[in-house]
Write a protein that binds this ligand. Structure first.
Ligand code: CA
Length: 146
């Protein structure tokens, strides 16, 4: 754990847990004193706000992010995404451009007015104009959906 703290991980994001097997061994114990199991350090994943209206794409991305231990908050609309971004202050926003209630560019502009959270635009729009527009509005990166 001290290694994590020295490498700049905030103490509030480090959680100490027992491994399930070790917890089981303790409950199976006959009451004799035992050596405490070594604590396991788990760094909680960064909180990623995914703003994506396509349920299939959202499901695939949530699965992939969760496997990499990111904590995903999902919103399917621009307005919902903005509300959650204000309220929950995620560490990263993944933003789809084709949203049902407002264009992703508008979502990005409104978000940028109040927050400097890193934003990665994730979209099917691959043309250079769209990329430049997204980056000019304050996106940190631009990923084209396969
Ligand atoms: Ca979409």
């Amino acid at each position: 754990m001290s290694f994590l703290l020295k490498s700049g991980v905030p103490a509030s994001s480090v959680e100490v847990r027992l491994l399930p097997e070790e917890a089981d061994e303790r409950t199976a114990d006959d009451g004799a004193p035992t050596i405490a199991p070594a604590p396991t350090t788990v760094v909680r994943g960064a909180r990623v706000l995914l703003i994506e209206d396509d349920p299939h794409v959202a499901q695939a991305m949530i699965g992939a992010l969760a496997r990499h231990r990111y904590h995903v908050i999902h919103e399917a609309s621009g307005s919902g995404g903005l509300r959650t971004a204000y309220a929950q202050r995620p560490d990263l926003v993944l933003l789809d451009l084709g949203l049902p209630d407002m264009d992703g560019y508008d979502t990005l502009t409104r978000l940028r007015a109040v927050s400097d959270v890193p934003v990665i635009v994730v979209t099917a729009r691959s043309d250079v104009r769209s990329r430049l527009h997204g980056l000019n509005l304050g996106a940190d990166d631009y990923v084209v959906k396969p």
